[in-house]
Write a protein that binds this ligand. Structure first.
Ligand SMILES: Cc1cc2nc3c(=O)[nH]c(=O)nc-3n(C[C@H](O)[C@H](O)[C@H](O)COP(=O)(O)O)c2cc1C
Length: 181
């Protein structure tokens, strides 16, 4: 299975990155083909609601580095959306990215793929409800499968590494991805 993991935190080696990496370690041990990308390394313009992606070949009219990400999304079987909680939602970069998934509404080119949410936050699971709901509804709208979420309580950079339970949950989740499809 092809796994595309997107880290939507600006902190390389931060909590999101560590949880995603641990999940991918489990996935690689289970022979999945995994790729991890940092969204903050990509230039992603905001959707302008021009609606050109709703016609013809369903292509976004904006020219930026989403052009590199679109084919990777289409090639993946499972997409990991990694984002810390920022004001009860995703980071701004992850939101820019989600907004740019509009070409996949009419084209249905992500239909049937699975999506997983990985999200650390200061408050932990309780404060993630709006974020989880946003991802569940958005993936539903894209006719993807919301395969679940891995939520962890962490605040300082890299703090999550000290939580054996959270790291173990991440690794184990990586080993059972096939059963989520
Ligand atoms: C702008 C901003 C907003 C935040 N908002 C929340 C929040 O609403 N709830 C929460 O629990 N933590 C919040 N946090 C804390 C982060 O979710 C937390 O530090 C997280 O572990 C960062 O993950 P990272 O290391 O992957 O960047 C916020 C942090 C920042 C920088």
């Amino acid at each position: 299975m092809r796994v595309l993991a997107l880290v939507g935190s600006p902190r390389v080696d931060g909590n999101t990155d560590m949880l995603v990496e641990e999940l991918l370690q489990g996935a690689r041990a289970s022979n999945h083909d995994c790729q991890k990308l940092y969204l903050y390394h990509y230039d992603i313009l905001p959707c302008l609601d021009c609606r050109r992606c709703k016609q013809g070949s369903f292509v976004c009219s904006l020219k930026d580095e989403m052009d590199e990400l679109y084919p990777l999304l289409e090639a993946a079987d499972l997409i990991v959306f990694g984002t810390p909680v920022y004001w009860y939602g995703p980071t701004g970069k992850m939101k820019l990215f989600i907004d740019r998934l509009r070409p996949f509404i009419a084209s249905k080119r992500l239909k049937g793929k699975a999506g997983l949410l990985v999200s650390p936050s200061e408050e932990g699971a309780e404060g993630c409800r709006p974020l989880v709901e946003m991802f569940r509804s958005s993936l539903d709208y894209l006719e993807m499968e919301f395969a679940g979420s891995l939520l962890a309580k962490a605040y300082e950079k890299g703090e999550v590494a000290a939580s054996h339970d959270d790291m173990q949950r991440a690794y184990r989740l990586g080993t059972v991805l096939q059963s989520l499809l």
